[in-house]
Structure formats: C-alpha cells, structure tokens
Write a protein that binds this ligand. Structure first.
Ligand code: SIN
Ligand code: FE2
Length: 216
C-alpha cells in the first residue's frame, strides 16, 4: 500500500511506474481540462449520463455514457460494447479528436505506441459513489492498454493484481491525472473508493473519468 499523498506530491511531468506496464502520468491532462470538459458536455448533450443495471439487477451508482464507434453498456443481459446508444437508438457521439490525441499521446508515454481508441467510457461520480473492483475484459483483445483520465474531485483509485484477492495499491487521482495500464497488467483488478464530498472549481461536486479502450 502506498499513500495517495505520495502521488499528489509528484511534480507534473514525472511519470512513475505503478506496476509492470502500468504508469501514472500526474497532471498530464491538466492543461487540456477545459477542452476536455467542453467535449464531455457536447457528448452528454447527445448521450446523457445514465445509471445502468448490472447483470445481477443492481443499479450502478456511477453515471455512464460513451463516445466513439463503440460504447460500453451493462444490463440484465450482461456487459458488452454496442455501436448505438440503447437510450436513443443512435450511434454513440463521435469521439472528439482532442480525446483521441490525448489518449494516444499518454499511451505512447506509457510505452504503448499506436494506440487508436475506438471507445471512450465516461463515468460521473457524485459524493459517496464508487466503483467496485473489476477487470476491464469486455474488449476483443487485450493487446492495447487502457488509458484513464481523471477530472474534477479527487478519488482514491485502487489498483490490484490479476487475481481479485491480490493486494491493492491505493492512490489519489486528482484533476488532470492520467493512468495507463497494459501488457502484464492489462487485466489488473481496479476500482474507485466512494468519492469524498467537495467542490472542484471547474467541475463542481463530482468527478469525471474518461477511460479509453481499443474495444473492437
Ligand atoms: C473504470 O474502471 O471504468 C473507471 C476507473 C476510474 O473511474 O478511475
Ligand atoms: Fe475499469
């Protein structure tokens, strides 16, 4: 276990290895935040955040939407990627170019050149909401990494191993922080602790997370 403060104190631009193949890029997206948030608003106007059901029938606390050719969805039928937003029947909003460029640049900095995401899951956390540990394993193949960009309120991110019972490292992800994981840790369990209440100057009383995947 490491303290989140260790992460928060790392100067911008200094990436560090979280685990083999997994990198933290502190504040990497901070200068892009305004543009990213405007693009999130554009996506949400077309495909609003919604609370999906898990296959077990539970309503997820986190609000989800997507942009890109494919979007991740969950319902009683399971987890999968779809080309259309089930709420509207329309294709998911196009992935903004700035999203693709940032994700590709971050992946390359983590040692994964040529990352071309076709899916961006956008999660919205309100105070008290978290995400229980899981693997991202609904993609066609696991050669490409996952790129995660955090905006708004800080959250404690849990990053474990390939088995659910493996120890989780805990780190605070703040506004603009990016995590890239792939290769030997592509299927690492990860989750988010319930968000502490607060108000972020740009984002308000929530945390937005973008996860980029090569899903199809
Ligand atoms: C996810 O695992 O889908 C999101 C992770 C995060 O919000 O940091
Ligand atoms: Fe995930």
């Amino acid at each position: 276990m490491i303290s989140g403060d260790l992460f928060a104190d790392t100067p911008p631009g200094q990436s560090w290895a979280l685990a083999p193949g997994a990198w933290c890029l502190p504040a990497r997206a901070r200068d892009h935040a305004e543009e990213l948030l405007a693009a999130v608003a554009w996506v949400v106007a077309r495909a609003p955040f919604r609370h999906m059901r898990t296959p077990g029938g539970r309503v997820m606390g986190v609000g989800l939407t997507n942009c890109g050719a494919l979007g991740w969805v969950s319902d009683e039928g399971g987890y999968r990627y779809t080309e259309r937003d089930p709420l509207s029947g329309h294709p998911w909003p196009t992935m903004p170019q700035g999203f693709r460029e940032l994700a590709a640049a971050c992946a390359a900095e983590g040692g994964y050149p040529g990352f071309a995401p076709d899916a961006c899951l956008i999660n919205c956390y309100e105070p008290g909401v978290g995400l229980s540990p899981h693997q991202d394993r609904d993609e066609q193949d696991f050669a490409a990494p996952i790129v995660s960009v955090s905006l708004g309120l800080p959250a404690v991110f849990l990053f474990g191993g390939l088995r659910r019972r493996d120890v989780f490292r805990r780190l605070t992800l703040a506004h603009g922080d990016v995590v890239v994981w792939g290769g030997p840790t592509r299927l690492a369990y990860h989750g988010v602790q319930p968000l502490r209440d607060g108000a972020h100057a740009m984002v308000g009383r929530k945390r937005i997370n973008l996860t980029f995947r090569q899903a199809g």
